[in-house]
Ligand binder design. Structure first.
Ligand code: GLA
Length: 418
């Protein structure tokens, strides 16, 4: 089938907007990809393979270990869940070996425990791992997902020309919408366009997707997490303007609890993701997680920053001497008085905690005439870190000490005006 024919198919679209009332705050949950990849050999890897057993096990843990109560309410299966071929009606078929009772069973299982169910698809001819994609079957796939009770679709963009995406992603979303079942729509569309050197059409992305991937896949390493942080930092003022209730940038999954990040680095991911108003989608084994990392993932103060109802994503006002400084405006405690979340990330890994000095001006923090200071709370305290706020040369300043590849996360609440 040639490209022009597909373009005509895709463009038979009315103008519509995704208005599904979902993701009013960034979604939270669990997704299989980063930790479990495309493990399909259940004989040799029974605990690791993408299967009914994996998903139901993690669902039970999310409930019993307090993750659901903390807000992590989506459970999603990423790539590699289907058979390699559609059936005779062109319908997608879940792997018969790994999902012997089908997808509806898994959806029911997680929903009965209070979760919402997520499933992966691909807008192209095949998924990134070579399973059937939706390009020529969008309507049937949208209906199949709805029949199974899917609440969240992640639509990847492998094996398709990027020139088809501006029409295709809205079209696929329209089919999902038409099913009548609200499904949170996660698009990889802007990432693939950026990769091809094309500036994404942000108006359309914001209008048609609930969340979207901006950058490369996260890996289980500090270098990967830091490169995503740097990308968001370098582009953060612009990216922050795209985010808001119902539509969020997605820097990719939380890898906290796996093998690659130290405790400090795990705190960095949690803190920066929260400043960015990012989806908090863990990809880890909740049956095998260190207590301090579990506590971090469940930290209500940090989650509250991420989920703040103002829905204003934060940004990086500056980076100097290898410390990046981040700021997010959050719901005021006293009306008309600013509340902020501030993070300082030390990118230097030479062993010693690092001092930094940042003026409020540099941080773009208001100190207008009626300013009466802030009450400050350290949300992720560490015995080797500290902060002070003082005034010199008529300027307010933070003096901070931050662990190597660590973070200081502060909440500032403006005091009643003078
Ligand atoms: C792409 C996506 C990942 C994951 C894999 C699955 O790389 O960006 O998040 O979904 O495909 O194959």
């Amino acid at each position: 089938m040639n490209q022009i024919f597909i373009l005509i198919l895709l463009s038979l679209s009315s103008s519509w907007a995704l208005d599904n009332g979902l993701a009013l705050t960034p979604p939270m949950g669990w997704l299989s990809w980063q930790r479990y990849r495309c493990t399909i050999d259940c004989v040799n890897h029974p605990q690791e393979c993408i299967s009914e057993n994996l998903i139901t096990r993690q669902a039970n843990l999310m409930k019993t270990e307090g993750y659901l109560d903390a807000g992590y309410n989506y459970i999603g299966i990423d790539d590699c869940w289907s058979e390699l071929k559609r059936d005779e009606n062109q319908t997608l078929v879940p792997s018969k070996e790994r999902f012997p009772r089908g997808m509806k069973y898994v959806a029911d299982f997680v929903q009965e425990r209070g979760f919402k169910f997520g499933l992966y698809g691909d807008f192209g001819l095949r998924t990134c791992e070579g399973y059937p994609g939706s390009l020529l079957h969008m309507e049937v796939d949208a209906n199949t997902f709805a029949d199974w009770g899917v609440d969240y679709v992640k639509v990847d963009g492998c094996h398709v020309l990027v020139s088809l995406m501006d029409e295709g992603y809205p079209k696929f979303g329209e089919y999902f919408n038409k099913t009548g079942r609200p499904m949170m729509y996660s698009c990889s569309w802007p990432f693939y366009l950026s990769l091809a050197g094309i500036e994404p059409n942000w108006d359309s992305i914001i209008k048609h997707c609930n969340i979207w991937r901006n950058h490369f896949d996260v890996q289980d390493s500090w270098s990967s997490v830091e490169s995503i942080i740097n990308y968001f930092g370098d582009n953060s003022k612009r990216l922050a303007t795209y985010a808001g209730p119902g539509h969020w940038n997605d820097p990719d999954m939380l890898v906290i609890g796996n093998f690659g990040l130290s405790y400090d680095q795990s705190k960095v991911q949690m803190a920066v993701w929260s400043i960015l108003a990012a989806p908090l989608l863990m990809s880890n084994d909740l049956g095998n997680i260190k207590p301090e990392l579990k506590e971090l993932l469940l930290n209500q103060d940090v989650i509250a920053i991420d989920q703040d109802s103002l829905g204003r994503a934060g940004y990086r006002p500056l980076k100097k001497s290898q410390i990046s400084a981040w700021k997010r405006e959050i719901t005021p405690v006293i009306s008309n008085h600013t509340s902020l979340a501030i993070a300082f990330v030390n990118h230097n890994d030479n062993g010693a905690p690092r001092f930094g000095n940042f003026t409020f001006e540099e941080m773009e923090i208001d100190t207008s005439e009626r300013f009466n200071g802030y009450d400050i709370q350290d949300l992720l305290p560490s015995s080797t870190q500290k902060y002070t706020v003082y005034q010199s040369d008529g300027r307010y300043r933070f003096e901070i000490l931050v662990n190597p590849t660590g973070v200081l996360l502060l909440r500032l609440t403006a005091r009643e005006s003078l």
